[in-house]
Design a protein around this ligand. Structure first.
Ligand SMILES: Nc1ncnc2c1ncn2[C@@H]1O[C@H](COP(=O)(O)OP(=O)(O)OP(=O)(O)O)[C@@H](O)[C@H]1O
Ligand SMILES: [Mg+2]
Length: 260
């Protein structure tokens, strides 16, 4: 059976994906990997809310998602960005089909903190039938990070967490976060080649890892397992495979460090 790689493509990078990024994707597909992409969309949502003059409140750095904000988020994520990405992939000869996480209840979720964050979800289960069907037939499913509740409300889900839930559910062997930086940077702004969960805790504590990198590393750590031993943070602006090796920061379990 072919192996599966899940890529989370950041909203920060979907408009700047380089030719070499697509070459790396083509290389994976040529080596018989099944590919699934989950994308974000923060900057485009912010721009659309501004254009529509919708005021938003923040709680602990996270935007409160009212019904009105959710409507815009769904429009931007499942419409604009999802179609942009599938369009690009199809243009490069990579067959892809766009889905919202609500389609066929791919992502089921509960409210994360209804009172303070509004319509934001935390994934409770993943129904992978449709994406398995697509991947088994040579398509790349491209998923917008929205989820349904048991009572059919739609919720917005952090794309890093949505991708991690899907990577776990499909039993992905590789999980790549494609973002606007070449990896996790240290104090000197150099890319850290490999990092363990306890080193990540230190980097967060020392405020070297901040902001949008926090949900990314937390999602990365949550997917490390005997099946998924390769979780990486890579740049969308360059090739992520060079000479058969992945380029970026590799997140490994403490166990792997001890045994190497
Ligand atoms: N130690 C670090 N190394 C690298 N980047 C870091 C670090 N700490 C914080 N960051 C920030 O994390 C950002 C990447 O996360 P961000 O959430 O902005 O992008 P994304 O997840 O790719 O996009 P989106 O959230 O729209 O899906 C970087 O642009 C950088 O500003
Ligand atoms: Mg982010």
């Amino acid at each position: 059976m072919s192996k599966t790689v899940v890529l989370k493509c950041g909203g920060s990078t979907v408009h700047q994906l380089s030719e070499s990024f697509f070459h790396s994707l083509q290389a994976l597909i040529s080596s018989n990997w099944r590919v699934l992409i989950v994308h974000g969309g923060g900057p485009d949502i912010t721009n659309m809310l501004k254009a529509l003059k919708i005021e938003t409140e923040f709680y602990n750095g996270q935007r409160k998602t009212t019904e009105e904000v959710l409507e815009v988020a769904e429009m931007v994520l499942a419409g604009k960005i999802n179609k942009h990405l599938t369009g690009l992939l199809n243009e490069k000869g990579l067959k892809s089909i766009g889905l919202s996480g609500t389609d066929d209840q791919l992502l089921l979720a509960d409210f994360l903190d209804k009172e303070n964050l509004g319509m934001v979800g935390k994934v409770t289960s993943v129904h992978t039938a449709a994406v398995e069907l697509l991947m088994d037939n040579g398509y790349i499913p491209v998923v917008a990070p929205l989820a349904s509740t048991e009572t059919h409300d739609t919720l917005n889900v952090n794309a890093d967490l949505a991708a991690a839930a899907i990577a776990n559910a499909v039993g992905a062997e590789k999980f790549l976060f494609v973002t606007d930086v070449p990896g996790i940077l240290n104090k000197e702004k150099e890319v850290i080649e490999t990092v363990t969960p306890s080193q990540i805790d230190e980097l967060i504590k020392n405020e070297i890892i901040t902001g949008g990198m926090i949900p990314k590393v937390e999602s990365a750590v949550s997917t490390l397992s005997d099946i998924c031993q390769e979780v990486m943070i890579v740049s969308g602006q360059q090739a992520f495979i060079e000479k058969d090796a992945f380029k970026g920061t590799k997140i490994v379990s403490e166990k792997e460090v001890l045994s190497s």
